[in-house]
Design a protein around this ligand. Structure first.
Ligand code: XMP
Length: 317
């Protein structure tokens, strides 16, 4: 019968046999899957695992610094790469969701490939692909919506002449989390909500600017911190904030305001294929709303998304 400990022993042995004395490169996303894949490989081949963690400027507030720190704490050999401006340039004036994904995927490959060329003797590219990703790539949603962050490197192995290693290919998410716990990973990494590869780019409706990213990051940080504060974070499968491309009228003191609106999204799901909106308590929603409106200059309205998937999707783009 399957246990995390057996899985780790078997996989480490198989990785050692397969990789031998070669070197492996892995792109970390900050998420559970790539982190667990990295830990397994690190256990198998130690410092012959090289990791990149790219800041695409579309992560949550302070996430790059915080996650990089926890990777260091796990003993991983990680290079943090600041490519924010390159992604913003690639996204300039693009509003179409699919074009955003394409621009981000292409930029990711460019940055990754350029950095990889600075390393020598890499033979393998490791990915955190899990079983649902393998199935989802043939799902009814079509390839564009289901492209996951690690699929962004889909064109890379061929381009770089690398072979692929996918140690989690036959695991489901809950199994990945159990393996992570067994490997000693911190709870805050293991229990993180899923986060899309294109990040905040698909939560800013319309075109992307660094100013809009900053506005959304501030509102989103308030929402996520309040979820933790109220003990609701672990009861929700995924949550996020969406910056809407509308302005509406409000009053602040004696002043009339004409500012932007954000939508809060929280869903319960098992695999993201179907989802129900979370019935978050009214007092919680009230606290988030007033904190965002009082603290984030430029936002004067907060709405809660009560749409089920299907027919809506979890993300708005
Ligand atoms: P939807 O919006 O399709 O989202 O209901 C289902 C799950 O997939 C995530 N998602 C993505 N993840 N690249 C990703 O890595 C993407 O382009 C992408 N689009 C959606 C979404 O966050 C949810 O967990």
């Amino acid at each position: 019968n399957w246990t995390p400990a057996h899985f780790i022993d078997d996989t480490v042995a198989a990785l050692q046999a397969k990789i031998g004395d070669d070197r492996v490169l892995l792109g970390l996303s900050g998420g559970v899957d790539s982190s667990v894949a990295a830990m397994l490989l690190h256990r198998a081949i130690g410092d012959r695992l090289f990791c990149f963690f790219i800041d695409n400027g579309l992560l949550r507030k302070d996430e790059f610094e915080q996650v990089l720190k926890s990777y260091d704490g796990m003993g991983l050999n990680v290079k943090g790469i600041d490519a924010k401006q390159e992604f913003y340039d690639a996204l300039a004036e693009i509003s179409d969701p699919e074009l955003k994904r394409k621009a981000i995927g292409k930029t990711f490959i460019d940055v990754f490939d350029r950095e990889a060329k600075k390393l020598t003797n890499i033979k393998y590219l490791a990915q955190g692909t899990i079983y649902p990703d393998v199935i989802e790539s043939v799902s009814v949603h079509g390839p564009s919506v289901t492209i996951k962050s690690h699929h962004n490197v889909g064109g890379l192995p061929a381009k770089m002449g690398l072979k692929i290693v996918e140690p989690l290919r036959f695991l489901f998410k809950d199994e990945v989390r159990r393996v992570g716990t067994e490997l000693g990973m911190a709870d805050h990494l293991i229990k993180r909500h899923p986060f899309p590869g294109p990040g905040l780019a698909i939560r800013i409706l319309g075109d992307i600017t660094p100013e809009k990213v900053d506005l959304l990051q501030k509102a989103d940080a308030i929402y996520i911190n309040k979820l933790r504060e109220y003990g609701l974070y672990d009861q929700v499968w995924q949550a996020g904030t969406i910056l809407l491309p509308v302005q509406s009228v409000g009053v602040m003191g004696d002043e009339r305001t004409y500012e932007q609106a954000v939508a809060l999204r929280a869903v319960n799901s098992t695999d993201g294929m179907t989802a129900e909106w979370s019935h978050l308590p009214y007092d919680f929603l009230a606290a988030v709303s007033s904190s965002i409106i009082n603290n984030v200059k430029g936002i004067n309205r907060v709405v809660y998304d009560i749409s089920t998937k299907p027919p809506a999707t979890i993300e708005w783009e």
